[in-house]
Design a protein around this ligand. Structure first.
Ligand code: MSP
Length: 644
C-alpha cells in the first residue's frame, strides 16, 4: 500500500532555517512511522523558484534568476541531507517536467470551461505575491502588513467562484480533509462567504512558467507551485497503485487557504483526483514571535545539530510543541528537555538496565517472561496501542507523553524490586524475581526503541542494537509490536551512553556561536552584506574626543509640525538643564521617557532644529527597517557619568 506525503516547497529567497526544518522533520517522522506500518512511502519536497521576489533577489546579487535559484535550491538539499531528512523526491519548479505539467493543468482547466481572460486592477502585495481584493489603493497587505501596489493587468482568471458548493461538499464528506479542526472551521467559514475568481497569470513579470500560446503571460506562482506535488510523481506507481492523489500535504498554518481551497478547485477543474488530507501545523516562535527573515529572529537547525545531535532537536520539536499549535523555541528549553527526558529518562533507564544484565547475568537477557510484572506488561500494551493511535492522528507530543509515563513506571518498579539487593540473595525465588525484573525493564526498552524509531531514529537504533536485537529495526511492524517478544538468551552490548548529559550554559553558548557563523555563511550565499560592517579603525584618542554621558529625561514634548521630533529637557549633571531635539517621536510617547536615564553625546556642536537649539544628541540603536531604540545603562548610575 502506498502513502504519498509532501512538505511545502520552500521559497528560495530565504536560506533554510529551523521553521522549514520543523515541517521537514515532521514529514520525515510520518514517513518513518508509515513505513513501520507497512506502507510504501514517498515524500516529496522541493523549492519554489519563480516570481518577482526571486527575480529581485537574484538581480540584487548580480546573478541571473537561474544561477541564483540553483545556489539556494542546492542549499536546501544540502541541509536536508545533513539533517538526515532528505525527501525521496526533491522537485524544483524550474524543472522542465514541472513546466509541462503546469501547462497541462491550465489546458485542462481551460478546456473544461473554467478559465477566461479578463483585466484586473487591484492592490498587489509583491512580498506575498498576492492580490488583495476589496482594498483601498496603498492599503497594507493583510498578511504581512507591507503597503500594496496598484496594478492593472490583462490576466487569465480561474472560475473559483464556481467551486463553492463542490468544495463545501468535499469538506463535508471528508471530515478529516483539513486538520486540525480549527483550521477546517476557518476554511469552511471562508468558503461559505463566497469565492472570488482568481487571477492565475501575470504579465508584469518574466520569471515564471510561460502560458501556452500567450507569450506575455506567465503563471501566478501558486498555480505553478502547487502543481509540484503532482508533477514530482507524474505517472508513478508503487505496489501497483498510482502515487497520486497525495495522502497528506503537510503545511504551515499560513498557507492553508492555498492548499484547502485553490488546490482542490484547480484539480477538480482539471478532472484530476484531489488530495486526501491536509494538516496545517503551527508556527515555531522565537522569543514569543514568529521567526521570520524580516524580523531577523531566525534560528538554524544545523548549529543545534552540531552541539546536541539531531535527535535532541527532533525530540524537542515533537515533544515540547503540540503539533498543530504554535510553540516556542529556545536553546535553554531544548537542552533542558534533552537532559530531563533523554539523558536522565530514557538514557538512564537504558544504561541501568543493560549494565545490570551485564553484571548480574553475564550480558544475556534472562528468561523472565513468566514472572514479568503484569501491571507493567498491561501498561506497556496499552501504551503501544495508544501511542500508535495518537501518531495516526498526528498527536505526537501526546503519544510521547504516554511513553514517558511508562518509562517512569519502570523506574519506579526497579526501585521497588531493588535488583541490587536480589542479586545478593541465595534463594531461587529471588533469582527468578531478578530475572523477571531485568526482563521487564529490557522489554520496555525494546518497545520504546521501536516506538521511538520514527522520532529519534539514530538513538533508537543504538538502543536497539545495544539490546542485541537481531531483527533490523526498520523491519519492525507496529501492528505486530506486542509485549513479550524479547527473546531470552540474546546478548546485550552496553556501549557508550546514548544520551550523555549536556551542560546547559556551555551548550547554549556554543550553539549561539555556531549560529552566528552559519548566518554569515548563508548571508554570503544570498549575497547579503553583514548588518555591521567594520569601518575604518580609529585611535583611542579619537574616541576620547567624543563625550558620552548619562543623562536623565526631565521633560519631553512633541515638536509642533514635526512628526518625528521630540524636544527633551535633560539633566546631564551639569547643574543646568540641557535641551535636545531627537528624531524618536515615532518610537516613544513623551510621557514614557520622563525619568529615564539614557546616553547622550554631550560635546556635539549645538544645532538649530525647527527653531530649537539642540545641545547634543541622544544615542539610539536603529535597526535597518525598524524604529530607534534608546540606549540606557544596565544599572543605575548618577547623571553626568561619562562613558569610557
Ligand atoms: N513556497 C510557498 C509554499 C508553496 S507550497 C506549494 C511557501 N514557502 S516558504 O518558504 O515560505 O515556506 C513556508 C513553510 O515553511 C511553512 O508553511 C512551514 O511549513 C515552514 N515554516 C517557515 N517558517 C516557519 C516557522 N517559523 N514555524 C513553522 N513553520 C515554518 O510558503
Amino acid at each position: 500500500m502506498k502513502y504519498y506525503l509532501t512538505t511545502p516547497i520552500y521559497y528560495v529567497n530565504a536560506a533554510p532555517h529551523i521553521g522549514h526544518a520543523y515541517t521537514t522533520f515532521a514529514a520525515d517522522l510520518i514517513r518513518r512511522f508509515k513505513r513501520m506500518q507497512g506502507y510504501t512511502v514517498v515524500l516529496t519536497s522541493g523549492t519554489d523558484e519563480h516570481g518577482q521576489k526571486v527575480e529581485k533577489a537574484a538581480r540584487a546579487q548580480g546573478k541571473s534568476p537561474k544561477e541564483f535559484t540553483d545556489l539556494i535550491s542546492a542549499e536546501f538539499r544540502r541541509t536536508w541531507e545533513k539533517l538526515g531528512i532528505m525527501p525521496d523526491r526533491f522537485r524544483r519548479t524550474t524543472d522542465p517536467r514541472h513546466h509541462r505539467m503546469v501547462q497541462e493543468l491550465f489546458r485542462r482547466c481551460k478546456a473544461n470551461g473554467y478559465v477566461y481572460k479578463g483585466s484586473y486592477t487591484g492592490q498587489y502585495c509583491t512580498s506575498c505575491e498576492l492580490y488583495v481584493t476589496e482594498n483601498e489603493p496603498g492599503a497594507p497587505c493583510p498578511d504581512c502588513g507591507r503597503p500594496t501596489e496598484t496594478v492593472t493587468e490583462e490576466n487569465y482568471f480561474f472560475k473559483l467562484s464556481e467551486f463553492q458548493d463542490r468544495l463545501l461538499e468535499l469538506y463535508e464528506r471528508n471530515p478529516d480533509f483539513i486538520l486540525p479542526e480549527t483550521r477546517r472551521n476557518e476554511v469552511i467559514a471562508f468558503v461559505r462567504q463566497g469565492l472570488n475568481d482568481l487571477s492565475i497569470t501575470r504579465t508584469s513579470l518574466k520569471w515564471g512558467i510561460p502560458v501556452p500560446g500567450e507569450e506575455k503571460h506567465v503563471f501566478y506562482v501558486w498555480f505553478d507551485a502547487l502543481m509540484t506535488y503532482m508533477s514530482a510523481v507524474e505517472g508513478e506507481k508503487v505496489d501497483g497503485e498510482d502515487l497520486w492523489p497525495a495522502d497528506l500535504h503537510l503545511i504551515g498554518k499560513e498557507i492553508v487557504r492555498f492548499h484547502a481551497i485553490y488546490w482542490p478547485a484547480f484539480l477538480m477543474a482539471a478532472d484530476w483526483p484531489v488530495p486526501k488530507q491536509i494538516f496545517a501545523h503551527g508556527w515555531l516562535l522565537f522569543q514569543e514571535d514568529k521567526m521570520s527573515k524580516s524580523k531577523g529572529n531566525i534560528v538554524r537547525a544545523t548549529p543545534i545539530q552540531e552541539v546536541t545531535g539531531v535527535d535532541a532537536l527532533r525530540f524537542f520539536l515533537m515533544r515540547e510543541i503540540v503539533f498543530g499549535q504554535d510553540g516556542n523555541f529556545s536553546y535553554e528549553a531544548l537542552v533542558n528537555r534533552y537532559n530531563s527526558d533523554l539523558a536522565n529518562g530514557l538514557g538512564n533507564l537504558a544504561s541501568r538496565t543493560l549494565s545490570m544484565i551485564e553484571q548480574y547475568r553475564g550480558g544475556v537477557v534472562p528468561d523472565g517472561r513468566e514472572g514479568a510484572d503484569p501491571q507493567i506488561a498491561a501498561q506497556a500494551g496499552r501504551t503501544v496501542a495508544a501511542y500508535v493511535a495518537h501518531f495516526d492522528r498526528f498527536e505526537f507530543s501526546r503519544g510521547l507523553e504516554l511513553l514517558w509515563s511508562l518509562l517512569g513506571a519502570v523506574d519506579k518498579y526497579l526501585v521497588e524490586q531493588a535488583p541490587w539487593k536480589l542479586i545478593k540473595s541465595e534463594s531461587a525465588e529471588d533469582q527468578k524475581r531478578l530475572d523477571a525484573t531485568l526482563y521487564t525493564a529490557a522489554e520496555v526498552l525494546r518497545l520504546a526503541a521501536a516506538l521511538l524509531a520514527p522520532v529519534i531514529p539514530d538513538s533508537a537504533a543504538k538502543i536497539w542494537s545495544q539490546l542485541g536485537m537481531r531483527e533490523p529495526l526498520e523491519s519492525v511492524r507496529l501492528q505486530k509490536l506486542a509485549w513479550g517478544q524479547l527473546e531470552p538468551g540474546q546478548k546485550v552490548h552496553r556501549g557508550e551512553p546514548v544520551f550523555p548529559r549536556i551542560k546547559v550554559d556551555e551548550a547554549t553558548a556554543k550553539m549561539r556561536e555556531l549560529e552566528i557563523q552559519e548566518t554569515a555563511r548563508q548571508n554570503a550565499l544570498l549575497g547579503k552584506k553583514p548588518e555591521a560592517e567594520a569601518s575604518e579603525t580609529i585611535s583611542i584618542d579619537d574616541f576620547s574626543k567624543v563625550e558620552l554621558r548619562v543623562a536623565e529625561v526631565v521633560n519631553a514634548e512633541r515638536v509642533k509640525g514635526a512628526d518625528k521630533l521630540l524636544k527633551l529637557t535633560m539633566d546631564a549633571g551639569e547643574g543646568r538643564p540641557r535641551t535636545l531635539v531627537a528624531g524618536i517621536a515615532e518610537a516613544y510617547e513623551p510621557e514614557e521617557l520622563i525619568g529615564k536615564k539614557v546616553v547622550i553625546v554631550a560635546n556635539l556642536q549645538p544645532r538649530k532644529l525647527r527653531g530649537i537649539v539642540s545641545e547634543g544628541m541622544v544615542v539610539a540603536a536603529t535597526p535597518e527597517k525598524g524604529k530607534p531604540v534608546l540606549v540606557s545603562p544596565m544599572a543605575d548610575v548618577p547623571v553626568g557619568t561619562r562613558l569610557t
